[in-house]
Design a protein around this ligand. Sequence first.
Ligand code: TRP
Length: 467
Amino acid sequence: MAKRGAFGRMGFVLAAAGSAVGLGNIWKFPYITYANEGGSFVLVYLLAIVAIGAPLMIAEILIGRRAQRSAVGAVAAMAQATGFGPRASRSFSGIGWLGIASGFVILSFYSVVAGWTLYYFGKCLWWSWHGFSPADAQSLGPMFSDFLADGRRQIFFHSLFSAFTMGVVMLGIEGGIEKASKILMPLLFGILSLLLLAASQWDGFSAAWRFLFHFGPINAEGILEAVGHAFFTLSLGMGAMITYGSYVSPKSSIPRSALVICLLDTLIALMASMVMFTIIFSIPEAERATSFSKSASIMFTTLPRMFYALPGGVVLAPVFFLLVGFGALTSTISLLEVVVSYFIDELGWSRKKATLIMGGLIFATGVPAALSLGAHGGLSSWAPLREGTAGVFDNLDYLASNWMLPIGGLCIALFAAFGVKSSITRTELEVGHGPWRAYGMWRLLLGLATPSAILWIVWNVIQGHRF
Ligand code: TRP
């Protein structure tokens, strides 16, 4: 078998942070924060990252590095090392299978949204060059709906993004994923810092800050959304971090790496929100009320006109969408890697074959999703799972983030806390780190806080809630 790839120490942190930082941070976090009135929502989110997300992140990386295999094989190997028989170990590896299925489902619709950033990048370049007229500003909403309902454009940008993703994954761990992350992540951080600096000169900056960090009311729905999002944004619950962990060298400290990854992810989400809210709060109140809807489309329907109304917007608008595209790309490659690495590790396929076949299948699954945003009536209204969750795209999203990731996360947390001998987890966590005093605390959080929070999510989802 070919030699397994390996990340350098910095490379791993950047690749894992690249997986974590994506549309979840720049597109989703700001709008759900806005919808939940900021303040307390942000606080709950931060708590969830620390008490629930970080312990699970550590658990995933540890399983991967110890086993040196991707998700399915890694779970089985850990069970075996703990003393379970071959049959029980194989059942445990169902956790890995669920992860592969989640990666498959998420990537298929995630790539569609990622494609939108390419389209808007192009659009903004055009506007910056030719000028952004008041008529353009008026038509942003209809333009977005037209774009969603235009099957041909949806498929075109979805295929473009899929091609980028497959290209990077095909180049492998060091030459593809690590290199892309080492270039894209600092670039993303640089651009975001630049945007933040520009935003700090605008009127709405202090209002944005107050909105983000104040104590306000929060309801159960908000808490559900904050906790659920903490998993999604850290790429947890589907073995993505097991897979990346399997390429980590014994020189790295897992607790320290996990800490940096969580910090970077949170920092970028907060920075992106500050930029977005500054733009929103810099617009006169009356106008804001009429033009700003609390919905998922704000990034596309509202941001361009706000950018072009502000100094420097001509440069910042295209740069912003490029940045979101970079963030999305480092996430899509991690999603594809979870799937591809199974076929490489367990079935001995070549990387090229695995990437082309699996990437192709995922792309194909994304096609009906891309057509279900209005282009095709039947696909857009199909609601097999839940009332109000209509269309292929929406159902895939609901299935993955409300069911598959929480259940996957629950299984991984329980497995790492109770299914694996503690002598194994302890040794592995101290490799490259030295004695780790927080070990007991980590097991407590992983065995208690994480599962309770997830069970609460699952219970709510069973009740018909959606986040
Ligand atoms: N974390 C990414 C984001 O915030 C999305 C993502 C990438 C993901 N890989 C994942 C989510 C694995 C769950 C599992 O956009």
